[in-house]
Design a protein around this ligand. Sequence first.
Ligand SMILES: Cc1cc2nc3c(=O)[nH]c(=O)nc-3n(C[C@H](O)[C@H](O)[C@H](O)COP(=O)(O)OP(=O)(O)OC[C@H]3O[C@@H](n4cnc5c(N)ncnc54)[C@H](O)[C@@H]3O)c2cc1C
Length: 470
Amino acid sequence: MSDVHLARPAAVAAADLRRLAAALTGRLWLPGESRYDEKRAVVNERCTGVRPAAVVSAATVSDVRQAIRWARDNGLAVTPRGTGHSFAGYSVSGGLVVDLSGFADVVADESSGLVTVGGGATMSPLYRCLEQHQVAFPAGNSPTVGIGGLTLGGGVAAVSRAWGLTSDALVETVLVTADGQVRTCNARENPDLFWACRGGGGGNFGVNVSFTFQARPVTDVSVCCLIWTGADAHAVALLDTLQEAVRQGPNEFSARLGLSTTGRGQAVTVSAVGLFLGPARDLRDLLRPALDVAPPTRQEVLDLSYWAGKDYLRHETFGGRFAVRTRLSPGPLSADALETLLWWMRRWPGSRNVDGAGVGLFAWGGAINGVPATETAFVHRDSLFLVSMDTSWTEDDAPGQVDANLRWLTGMYEAMGEHLPDSAYQNFTDPDLRDWRTAYYGRNFPRLVDIKRRHDPDNLFRFEQSIPAT
Ligand SMILES: Cc1cc2nc3c(=O)[nH]c(=O)nc-3n(C[C@H](O)[C@H](O)[C@H](O)COP(=O)(O)OP(=O)(O)OC[C@H]3O[C@@H](n4cnc5c(N)ncnc54)[C@H](O)[C@@H]3O)c2cc1C
């Protein structure tokens, strides 16, 4: 299936919509109005067919409450929208979308290191504020990603092996629940919701209007970018060596190891883009075994400030239409598993999207695994790598070519099932994943259902992969 879900807007009486518009400080956007299409846009163009009944651009917490109550009265689902970065497009539905871009403030308290971020803020203003105060916590590596989805699904950054997840730094969130109540959630107040908001996935339990994180002082870093183009002959040895560098290296070192192709039958490229909370001379030592396997075609290892390092790692990742499937690996991938990935990469059917196709091995573990699996809703506390497999295409690709890409991706995903468990990262939402309940949430799923049943028994916050109330 190339288009994910083509939901039509639910039918609502014009008088009811007028009543909602009149109650808001912010704006209501209806189909056909000037900013309606902008407000329902999603990053993955594969999912652009979804048309909400209306979009509330909320300006105040009271707007969020009004929207929730109104949607309940009119039998519509409520869908919070931060930025539209959900890979599966889950921040737009045929119901009432609550656009949180008006909740973009970021405030840091220098004495405590607490940073309070509006529920719709992106990384851009967040990093600006953090840099001003020279503090940080693990956050996204693209300026346009939103704090809401990132935190609620866990949130992994280049510093996560040293400092944990974005959600591990969360100390409090303010949530408007399905009954329209505004609830402060932290270790003492509403601890069950606080637990669920740390890995239970975006859009499930209410609208989070703010998040408060504990930040820490930053230090200088070093970064690396190593690229081996036409590396087919050395690919397995390179990835094997780089995986060992991660496994044996300190938690201060993290990297995204890549295998990519831009065309059918084209040579495969191996890459390692990483960050070290320490000097470049030590980072070079960590990378030396890989440099000894084969000389890279591009090699950069640099000392940078924390902020320049974050910019260096920035990647927009995907454009156009794409699909991503993930598995988690408890240790380094075996040579057989790496050969399997290489076999599939050589057989990518091709498309017109310059992003091509690839596999990313994101270094996890370290401090992420230092938290027990049931302490927060984020269950994946025993992995060393997130294995992310992707393909991309454009609207100019013929339907047959799109199907070939999706079949290819699923073929690779299934072949990797012989080597890796079925767990998947809930922030890389995968609409084609069959048993997403276990894959995203494992043994934490029953507790999430229980919390959902108590706080949203009528399933107001619902989408294709939402936590069910029963
Ligand atoms: C370019 C790019 C870079 C990325 N980089 C990283 C990265 O470095 N680390 C990482 O872990 N992930 C990363 N991701 C994945 C990212 O974490 C998820 O796509 C995440 O869901 C994005 O959240 P959002 O709020 O920006 O997007 P949205 O699509 O707006 O929201 C995602 C989900 O969260 C819900 N939601 C959003 N805000 C709220 C809120 N305030 N209250 C309640 N529900 C809410 C939505 O309803 C939706 O279900 C990246 C994705 C992209 C496209």
